[in-house]
Design a protein around this ligand. Sequence first.
Ligand code: GDP
Ligand code: MG
Length: 163
Amino acid sequence: MGATVAIIGRPNVGKSTLFNRLVGKRLALVDDTPGVTRDRRPGEARLGDLKFTIIDTAGLEEAEAGTLEGRMRRQTEEAIREADAILFLIDARAGVTPLDAHFADVARRTTTPVILIANKAEGRAGSDGLYEAYSLGLGEPIAVSAEHGEGLADLYDALKPYV
Ligand code: GDP
Ligand code: MG
């Protein structure tokens, strides 16, 4: 059995874009509207010579009851349980938001390894957000652009020990 990697984070940080980038197909729905991902269908990801199962998570699941925060938290906790490693995404352009901090609280409590990713960092964009990301207490952030395919070598190095 190969490793499973879950992508978590608040809506609109680029989780589905990264999922699609790693799977190489447009399986996950990407949209500017937060919460458009409605399933947690796994994909077969490739990154260099690494092969693993990747799980995209939605920011919101309509079928579940409760508050938005509660739904996102439950989904995140499920993904964390299933995974051998977690990719925790923030939007480097937006910086660290209260909702990012909320997700980070959940992520810090797990024994599953968490890799912190500052997405949307193409070119020089998001350098402030990259520094802010240290405040989440999840170690050194990796600057990535899921949309432009940047930072994937650093992502490879970070994932290699776990997959
Ligand atoms: P999710 O809600 O976390 O799954 O986020 P999505 O993957 O649906 O992306 C939300 C928005 O961010 C979309 O408009 C994407 O095109 C955009 N986006 C995703 N990755 C990047 C990136 O690396 N750079 C930039 N500039 N935009 C991105
Ligand atoms: Mg999505």
